[in-house]
Design a protein around this ligand. Structure first.
Ligand SMILES: Nc1ncnc2c1ncn2[C@@H]1O[C@H](COP(=O)(O)OP(=O)(O)OP(=O)(O)O)[C@@H](O)[C@H]1O
Ligand SMILES: [Mg+2]
Length: 248
């Protein structure tokens, strides 16, 4: 029996979304739509609100105005566990694993919403996908390398076979080759298998390579968006993100 890692995607939509902390909007009037089979990426400078936007989609930061929907279902300000049960897997930028727990325990926690008898089968499916984790099941997550830790963080989210993946800088601190593999093989692969992928990525060039659509966030607003081939020709985008000062 083969256990599917992810499921056919659902549409995740943010409409006129404002979100922030202590009632103060950081993200303002954002419209984003992520659809099955596609990778939508969000790029932008540090502090532009990328993480806040993702957090507000998955119930970690309050939505102050506008709506979040999965398909036709309004999920605005649903609790994070509820969003997870509806098929949205979220990998945060930091605190993505529990360091004192083993790799296996982290995966088990990822499966907390599953019927007990499904957990072992799911762990096996995740280990088939990330075979490297198989060799370190009893190791504490705090003792993994950066790349292994990212795999575990994604593996934890894959325990619930999500239909929508929301990933906040999955390649942060990874060596360029590992980052490229994660993006081009795994993350693009989820979309190619029909899942919906919404990705925040610092490496603008690499993000464009695997994306169907890219939004540029500046000061909490979408300041530019388009298909990668058009953004690559946009002088403002090139100057800001692909020019001499760009991170590759
Ligand atoms: N918990 C918080 N309480 C108050 N303000 C916050 C909180 N978290 C983030 N902010 C502020 O919100 C703004 C946007 O932060 P956010 O983390 O969304 O940016 P980002 O685009 O993800 O940045 P980076 O590229 O550095 O990850 C920043 O000014 C930040 O200081
Ligand atoms: Mg961030």
């Amino acid at each position: 029996m083969s256990v599917e890692l992810s499921q056919a995607g659902q549409v995740l939509t943010a409409t006129n979304l404002s979100a922030g902390y202590d009632g103060r909007a950081i993200v303002q009037g954002v419209n984003v739509e992520a659809t099955p089979g596609k990778v939508v990426s969000i790029v932008g400078p540090n502090g532009s609100g990328k993480s806040t936007l993702l957090k507000s989609l998955v119930g970690v930061v309050p939505v102050l105005a506008g709506t979040v929907a999965i398909g036709s279902r309004d999920i605005t300000n649903f609790a994070p566990e509820k969003v997870a049960t509806l098929g949205v897997g979220y990998v945060p930028q930091i605190d993505d694993v529990f360091p004192p727990l083993t790799v296996k325990e982290n995966l088990e926690i990822g499966g907390f919403l599953l019927p007990r008898h499904d957990v072992a089968g799911r762990i096996e499916a995740v280990l088939e996908f990330f075979p490297r984790l198989k060799e370190m099941l009893t190791r504490k997550a705090g003792k993994l390398s950066g790349g292994e830790r990212k795999m575990l963080a994604m593996g934890r989210v894959l325990m619930l076979a999500p239909s929508v993946l929301v990933l906040d800088e999955p390649t942060a601190n990874l060596a360029p080759m590992v980052a490229t593999q994660l993006l081009e093989e795994y993350i693009r692969g989820f979309a190619d298998h029909g899942s919906t992928v919404l990705l925040v990525e610092q490496r603008a060039k690499a993000a464009l390579r695997i994306s169907d659509w890219t939004c540029v966030l500046g000061g909490g607003r979408v300041v530019l968006e388009g298909a990668p081939k058009d953004l690559e020709r946009d002088p403002v985008f090139v100057e800001s993100f692909l020019g001499g000062a760009a991170r590759h």
